[in-house]
Design a protein around this ligand. Sequence first.
Ligand SMILES: C[S@@+](CC[C@H](N)C(=O)[O-])C[C@H]1O[C@@H](n2cnc3c(N)ncnc32)[C@H](O)[C@@H]1O
Length: 306
Amino acid sequence: MATTVLSLAKKSSTKKQSKPAPFVKWVGGKGRLLSDLQQYIPAEIGRYAEPFVGGGAVFYHLAAQHQLSEAILADVNPDVVNAYRVVKSQVEPLIVALMRHEKCYLSLDAEGRKAYFYEVRSRHPMDVEMNAVERAARMLFLNRTCFNGLWRENRSGRFNTPHGRYAKPRIARAPQLRLCSQVLDKATVLERDFRLLPKLCRDHQIDFVYLDPPYHPISQTSAFNAYSNGGFSSRDQAELAEVCAELDRMDVRWVLSNSDCELIRSLYTPFNIGQIWAPRAVNSDASKRGRVSEVVVVNRRKGLPW
Ligand SMILES: C[S@@+](CC[C@H](N)C(=O)[O-])C[C@H]1O[C@@H](n2cnc3c(N)ncnc32)[C@H](O)[C@@H]1O
C-alpha cells in the first residue's frame, strides 16, 4: 500500500512534539487561524497544492488530517524553497550545521552575538559560494535570531531584518525538523510564480488549492509584502483573481485568504466571500496590533456553511 503523508506523520509522532509545524517563523503565518479556516476546507482532499507556502502552517495541518497522495508546495522566495528541499532530503546535515551556529552564537555575549548575526547576514548566497545545506542553515539561523522572526528582503533580494534580542533562541530544533522532513517526504517543493498554478494543477491533477498571497494593504502603513524582492502589487492581486477564475473553470476547488478591503472584495465577487477575525502582529507599535477582518474566498458552495 502506498505510504501517505499522514501515515508518515503518525509514524514519527513523539509525545513531546507530536504535530509537525512550520520550521520557519513567517509573517502572515496561518498557525493561529487554522481553526477558523477549518470550516472552509473540503472534507476530502487527495492531491493538494499551495502556491504561496511560506511557513506552510496549512500544509502541515492538512497533512495530519487527510490522506494526501500528493502535495505541491511553491513559493517565489528562493531561500524558503531551498530550506524546504533541504529539510526534506538532507535534514541530518542541516541539524549538524544549525547546531554549529547554535553553539557558537549562544557562547557569545550580547555584542558578540550581534557581530555574529551581522557576519552571517552579510554572507549572502548571491555573493558567497555555499551549498544548499549551508544556505538553509543560514536562513534558519537568521530567522530564529532576527528581530521578530521577520524574513524581509530589500529590492535586490537581500535579507535586511536587524538582529533580535532573544536570551536563548532555539536554533537547532532537531525533533521538529525531523518530523517536518518526514511529512515533506511526499511533497514536491517548487520555486514558482503563482501564474504557473493552472499548469501545475493540470499536470498534477490537483483537486484542492489553498492560496495565501501577500495581503493587499488596507492602509498606507499596514502593508507587509517584502517576503521577496518582487513585492506584490494591485496588478498582481488582479492577475491572481484571474488565475483563481481559471482554476474554477478547471473544476479545481480552492480557498483564498486576503485582507478585507474593497479591491479584494470586488475581484472575487463571482465567488463566496466569508470573513474571519485575525490577530495582526506586524506593527512596531503594539497598541495597533489588535484584531483585523480578513476575507476567506471559496469557489464552492457545496458542504459549506453558507
Ligand atoms: C502570506 S505569506 C504565506 C504564509 C503561509 N501561508 C504561512 O502560513 O506561513 C505569502 C507568501 O507568498 C510568497 N510570494 C510572494 N509573491 C509571490 C508570487 N508572485 N508567486 C508565488 N509566491 C509568492 C511570499 O514569498 C510568501 O512566502
